[in-house]
Design a protein around this ligand. Structure first.
Ligand SMILES: Cc1ncc(COP(=O)(O)OP(=O)(O)O)c(N)n1
Ligand SMILES: Cc1ncsc1CCOP(=O)(O)O
Ligand SMILES: [Mg+2]
Length: 208
């Protein structure tokens, strides 16, 4: 996995969007996102066949733009659809339980401190997501925001390991996160709620 993949990492589920989510994804891809995470969870999230169909539609769109398609939490779906990767958090399946079946796939793990980071690397993570950096309205069960302090501390000890920052990141603060050592920014609302997705992504690209 190349670190550049993490530069503009768009994370989305249908309940994050105010218009057709596939249209949102298409605009984001067209504008130059570098990675996409399918995160269909929470209130009003699709289930069953509609959930799988939506994942598969997102995957096809990503493939058309040659952008990696990562699935959040649902390892079984990632294996079934042969997604490019899987993202898991501290409360999800441990990497050791699916590493073998997921050979060749990109594995991302959420970390909050140096201890989590060591564990994630030992378990075989390809990249880590650190956050929430800033206050977020999107993830109700998120830990308290840390600002860029935790990110800086972790980056100092892990010089080259691929890190993406997440939580409350916008066009206005992306530069701070980048200077604190993140290889890229992961965003939900900054893109989903933008009325000018093209401009938003272009501004983020310039910053990151
Ligand atoms: C890139 C990235 N970083 C962190 C997360 C958060 O994962 P997790 O803590 O498992 O929380 P949920 O997203 O599953 O609610 C992420 N999804 N992506
Ligand atoms: C999934 C996730 N993990 C930590 S914060 C967060 C939500 C990020 O959403 P937003 O970019 O809208 O703050
Ligand atoms: Mg999770």
């Amino acid at each position: 996995m190349k670190r550049e993949m993490l530069e503009i990492y768009f994370v989305m589920g249908s309940n994050n969007c105010k218009k057709d989510p596939l249209l949102v994804l298409r605009e984001a891809l067209e504008a130059g996102i570098t990675c996409f995470q399918f995160r269909e969870k929470g209130e009003g999230a699709l289930t069953g066949q509609a959930y799988e169909k939506f994942a598969s539609d997102c995957q096809q769109l990503c493939a058309a733009y040659q952008v990696p398609f990562i699935i959040n939490d649902d390892v079984n779906l990632a294996l079934k659809l042969n997604a490019d990767g899987i993202h898991v958090g501290q409360n999800d399946l441990a990497i050791s339980t699916f590493r073998e079946q997921a050979k060749g796939k990109i594995i991302g793990v959420s970390v909050h401190n140096v201890h989590d980071m060591r564990e994630a690397i030992a378990d075989g993570a390809d990249y880590v997501g650190i956050g929430p950096i800033y206050t977020t309205q999107t993830k109700k069960d998120a830990q308290p925001p840390t600002g860029v302090t935790a990110l800086k501390t972790i980056r100092k000890q892990f010089n080259t390991f691929p890190i993406v920052a997440i939580g409350g990141i916008t066009e206005a603060n992306a530069n701070k996160v980048r200077s604190a050592g993140a290889d890229g920014v992961a965003l939900i609302s900054a893109i989903c709620h933008s009325t000018q997705i093209k401009t938003t992504v272009e501004n983020l690209r310039r910053t990151v």
